[in-house]
Ligand binder design. Sequence first.
Ligand SMILES: Nc1ncnc2c1ncn2[C@@H]1O[C@H](COP(=O)(O)OP(=O)(O)OP(=O)(O)O)[C@@H](O)[C@H]1O
Length: 578
Amino acid sequence: MKSATWLIHMMLPYRRRIILALILSSLTVTSHIGLMATSSYLLARAALHPPVLDLMVTIVGVRFFGISRAVFRYLERYVAHDVTFRVLSQIRVKFYQAIEPLAPARLLNFRSADLLRRIVADVEIQQNLFLRVMSPPIVALLVLSGYGFFLARYDLRFTAILAAGFLMAGLLIPWIVKSLSRGVGLSIVALKTKLNTQVADSLLGMTELVAYGQAQSQLISVRHTNERLTDQQRRNAWQTAFSSALTWMIGNLSMWFILILGIMLVEQGKLSGVNLGMLALGTLSSFEAIVPLAQVPHHLEQNQAAAERLLELIQAQPTVKDHQSMVSIPKDMSLVFKEVSFKYGEREPWALHRLSFKIPQRGKVAIVGASGAGKTSVVNLLLRFWEFDQGSIELGGHSLRDYSQQEARNYVGVVTQRTHIFNATIHENLLLANPEASDEDVKSAAQKAKLHDFIQSLPKGYDSFVGEGGFKLSGGQRQRLAIARVLLKNAPILILDEAMEGLDPITERDVWEEVYKLMEGRTTLVITHQLTGLEKMDEILVLDKGQVVERGKHGELLEQNGFYRRLWNSRVALHAAT
Ligand SMILES: Nc1ncnc2c1ncn2[C@@H]1O[C@H](COP(=O)(O)OP(=O)(O)OP(=O)(O)O)[C@@H](O)[C@H]1O
């Protein structure tokens, strides 16, 4: 119900065009009725050999309806589809506006193929709302009133037969189809989503599936879903054919009744015989308005299912909300965490628990710890991807919550361990960080990130396409591209989250040198478990289960003989072994 209100609300601005489309649609059916009626009248009159002049008006009528039917059909299609596509574009805009603030926290709950299906197919299905759900009953009513009125001029019983036929075909058949097809619309939407998700998963994980010999079983599961979908679609096609046959059967029956009543009236001298064919064939043609009604329940069900899936996202509350009137200018570029506690979900354990640290302007702090200790969670909070539960975070002397999400992110340049590379050129991928950057700036950033020589070796240089997810680049090259991006962004706060992951030791050392230069004059947070270059940090925090278990400078931590020392020893041992 909510979804219907929402969709109707979307259509309201286009009510004039909608009314025009409905009128044109009714005129198309009327022209069809007119063509059949005037043609049969012409034949009946012509059989009596009247003077040709007597037939002229009817001949003009046949010509007029023959042409007007095509013209009205064209105009009706044009206006109805124009309205539909306008409404679809409105829905798309609203949908994008609604889901943008949900990223990434809320959207993580949805599988990407499912999201894609909602964005594309569920929106697309809404085109049926006007064309196949709302328009057919209204047009049928208009045709019934118009043609019924015309028949009443000859005998009210003609109108009664027409109304009975329309009621049976327009209400009874959709009801039968609805009972037979209950759930088909829903299951088609659900199965299409499942198939999409399975195919997307299979494509993304193809290497693993082949490597572990699971390709065949995955294929069987995809085929199974596909067969179930085909079954449902076949059921739907069968019902469409059945309902159409039933409708035309009732149309033919109505024509017969009109004919029988007409013959009786002709015998009684109350109706001229030349009108018989006109009334009968006109009635049959009027059923053109009824045929689409049978599919209304099916389309309505599909529409509702898809609209509810859209609304689920549109009405979801973002995890992080911007306050209304705030434009905070940081006093400096310090970062302060005070007793910050955070969990990803109510039932999840603390990802961070009473975490406190301070990075003064231009200070350098590193966070180290085992996998899952909570290091990346610190970055997620700083970038305002998630909202923390307790404590406070300050950026430049103001609460982080006083900045809009975009403002806060503008002050931060970040290199994460999972850099997304777009299916575009290297140049375009670099410009993402700073669309205003000149070619010189781009080149200089690539040089500093030790990427320039590699780019130069490519036939198209900076204009080389890197493929989906940057698959034409090695892990190290992708990481260097991420570093070049952050160099280009030139933000006052720098976060390096496992930034050197995937680099060989020599490149790592070279890139570190550049990164150190970049750190100069910036507030820096380094997150790592590799311990490279941490001697230069003002403070190192050792995290375990979201809590600080050790803190101090590199030398102090080594002396403490704790987790940091053990991590250091294992690293030294590893280097000695290699
Ligand atoms: N989106 C999420 N939803 C639920 N729990 C999450 C989510 N992301 C992380 N976690 C959990 O929060 C805890 C901290 O994760 P986090 O990614 O911050 O660790 P990390 O120290 O960065 O690990 P790594 O070094 O492996 O990247 C882990 O227990 C993890 O399972």
